[in-house]
Design a protein around this ligand. Structure first.
Ligand code: SF4
Length: 314
């Protein structure tokens, strides 16, 4: 396994005895050259998991491993420098993730300069990577506001890729983009994955897109995993009641089918992630809820066909 987590938790203390359980015991493996799609509604803890995994948040408890090496609970400046050569992140918002006062050259070469790469080499590598992501050398001296959303996301991809990492967390990399540009960015990531043997954690809330890009899919609800398995199987034959509702409420990419579609919404109140109680976190919204669900927390267990599900029905 390239990346592995074991009961990884990230809690935020809010004061007055209240704790937000953003990530609450995630155990997950990501194999080399695999794309693992992580889906769930807003607030499910997907981004916090990605950031905690690569050291942008301190870990509350549990472990994370990279190539079998235990990652520190809290990254020092040296840890950030060392592991940034291996693990990078592409951020959700191409507008706010780029410093508006820096030129494209400065933004894309920042990681190289931190590693002490001489300016001449850094400029050559920036030129190479701008070309790889569909931009050109003339763009080096420009500022982020001079680019479209899709171009800015390409700058973000070049910034992550120039370090030549093995593992990238893509945190909703297309959700702020127009539909036509989304496909271009997805195809670019896919091409880089194929040509460079990258491993990706692809975080998104659009299940169709995640199914399209991912080898496996993991579904997260209120800080916990509820289902993990091959992407096509999870999408076409979801087992967990939450995954089933998520698939039924997901927009169809084909406009013709979309017009015929009868939508299901996920009813009920989302349980608070603050001071979480025992039992299934989905119980208040689950159409199949049983008495047992309100008192016993379901574990993520293996079911046939390489699937894992956290539900008392299995
Ligand atoms: Fe629904 Fe119970 Fe399964 Fe939770 S454990 S998803 S409440 S059936």
């Amino acid at each position: 396994m390239l990346v592995k987590t074991d009961s990884l938790k990230k809690h935020f203390y809010l004061g007055r005895g209240q704790t937000l359980h953003a990530v609450d015991g995630i155990s997950l493996n990501i194999a080399e050259n695999e794309i693992l799609g992580l889906v769930g509604e807003s607030g499910s803890g997907k981004s916090t998991f990605g950031k905690t995994l690569i050291g942008l948040h301190d870990k509350t408890s549990g472990d994370a491993f990279y190539q079998g090496e235990l990652l520190p609970k809290r990254f020092s400046a040296n840890d950030h420098l060392r592991f940034s050569r291996e693990m990078q992140m592409i951020f959700q918002d191409p507008y706010s993730s780029l410093n508006p006062r820096m030129t494209v050259l400065d933004i894309v070469s920042e990681g190289l300069r931190m590693q002490g790469i001489p300016d001449k080499d850094a400029i050559e590598r920036v030129a190479h990577w701008l070309g790889r992501v569909g931009l050109n050398v003339d763009h080096m001296s420009r500022y982020p506001h001079e680019f479209s959303g899709g171009q800015r996301q390409r700058i973000g991809i070049a910034r992550a890729m120039i370090i030549e990492p093995n593992f990238i967390v893509c945190d909703e990399p297309i959700s702020a983009l127009d539909v036509s540009v989304q496909a271009q960015v997805i195809n670019l990531l896919d091409e880089l994955k194929q040509s460079l043997g990258l491993t990706l954690l692809f975080i998104a809330h659009d299940l169709s897109m995640v199914r399209y890009v991912s080898d496996r899919m993991a579904v997260m609800y209120l800080g916990s995993l509820v289902e993990v398995g091959p992407a096509n199987e999870v999408f076409f034959e979801p087992k967990h009641p939450y995954t089933q509702l998520l698939v039924e409420s997901n927009p169809e990419p084909d406009p013709a089918t979309e017009r015929e579609r009868i939508y299901r919404t996920i009813d009920g109140e989302v349980t608070s992630p603050v001071n979480v109680r025992h039992g299934c976190r989905f119980a208040d919204r689950c159409p199949k809820v049983m008495d047992r669900c309100r008192v016993e927390t379901p574990e993520l267990i293996a079911t046939p066909n390489s699937r894992q599900v956290a539900c008392h029905l299995f």
